[in-house]
Design a protein around this ligand. Structure first.
Ligand code: GLP
Length: 252
C-alpha cells in the first residue's frame, strides 16, 4: 500500500512523521529503526525529543541503523552523519548509544565494513521502519541514479549534483567528500515500513517523478512504488506538482 499524507507545512510534516515513528516504538518497544540524515528529518527528531522529554516515548529498547556515511569523516567531525545523529537525536533521548549504528566511513577495510553492516541488519532481525529523505535527483540514502536495485550496503561515488546540493552544509564544495557508504536499495526495500519525507518547492518535480512516474534506476526512489507499505509525508510545496488533492490519499 502507498499512502500519501499532505501536510500544510514543514512543522505539520514533522509532527505527522514523528507520530508514525512513535506508533512504531509504542507497538514494538524493541523495534529497529532505519534513520536518515539531511535537513528534512531534523524537525522529526526535534518532535521525538520533545515527546521523550514529556515522558511519552521510551527509546531504551530501540535499535537504530543509519542509511549512510561519508567516507573519510570521523564521528568527531561535525559534518559526519554519526555526529549529526548524536547531536540531533541520540544524545537527547534515552537510547543506548551501543544500540545505534552508522556505517563507519573511517574503516580500513571499507568493503568489509559494508558486509558487516548488512550482517548487522540481518542479526538485528531486519528494519521495522525505515525513514528516508529524498535527494533532488531522486536518490535515497546515497543510492544515486543508475545504480542497481539489487545492491546491499556498498561504496558509492557521489554524483556532481549531490556534491553540489550537499555543499551548502560545508564550508566549500571542495570539502564535500566524494565517496560514501550507503545501505543499498535491496536492504531498504526489505524494511517492514518505509516512511519517506519531502519538504519544499525544490522537491516538487522529483516527488512527482518518484511516485507518479515510471519505475526506473534513473530515479532511485521510484522503486519504492513496489514496496508493500510505503508512507510518504510531504508538505504542500513538495506536492505542488503531484496529482493529490486530499490530505490523505491511498495510491494503491
Ligand atoms: C543526503 C542524504 C540523503 C538525504 C538527502 C536529502 O544526500 N544522504 O539521505 O535524503 O541528502 O537531503 P535534504 O533532506 O537535506 O534535502
Amino acid at each position: 500500500m502507498i499512502s500519501i499524507y499532505k501536510a500544510k507545512d514543514y512543522k505539520e510534516l514533522s509532527r505527522k512523521a514523528a507520530n508514525i515513528i512513535s506508533a512504531q516504538i509504542i507497538m514494538k518497544p524493541s523495534c529497529v529503526l532505519g534513520l536518515a540524515t539531511g535537513t528534512s528529518p531534523i524537525g522529526i527528531y526535534n518532535q521525538l525529543t520533545e515527546w521523550y522529554e514529556k515522558g511519552d516515548l521510551d527509546f531504551s529498547e530501540v535499535s537504530t541503523v543509519n542509511l549512510d556515511e561519508y567516507i573519510g569523516l570521523d564521528a568527531a567531525n561535525p559534518q559526519s552523519y554519526r555526529y549529526f545523529m548524536n547531536t540531533n537525536l541520540f544524545d537527547r533521548v534515552n537510547i543506548d548509544i551501543h544500540n545505534t549504528n552508522v556505517p563507519n566511513g573511517m574503516a580500513e577495510d571499507l568493503e568489509g565494513e559494508c558486509d558487516s553492516y548488512d550482517n548487522l541488519i540481518h542479526v538485528l532481525g531486519g528494519i521495522d521502519l525505515q525513514l528516508l529523505g529524498l535527494g533532488h535527483n531522486g536518490h535515497i540514502g546515497f543510492n544515486e541514479p543508475g545504480e542497481s536495485f539489487e545492491k546491499g550496503t556498498h561504496i558509492v561515488d557521489l554524483s556532481p549534483s549531490t556534491i553540489d546540493a550537499n555543499s551548502r552544509l560545508f564550508e566549500s564544495k571542495e570539502d564535500v567528500p566524494r565517496r560514501a557508504i550507503t545501505m543499498g536499495i535491496r536492504t531498504i526495500m526489505q524494511a517492514g515500513i518505509v516512511l519517506l519525507v519531502a519538504s519544499g518547492k525544490d522537491k516538487a518535480y522529483i516527488v512527482r517523478d518518484a511516485f507518479w512516474g515510471k519505475i526506473s534506476p534513473e530515479v532511485p526512489a521510484s522503486v519504492l512504488q513496489l514496496h508493500k507499505n510505503l508512507i510518504v509525508v510531504a508538505d504542500e510545496d513538495a506536492l505542488s506538482k503531484s496529482p493529490v488533492t486530499d490530505n490523505y490519499t491511498v495510491l494503491r
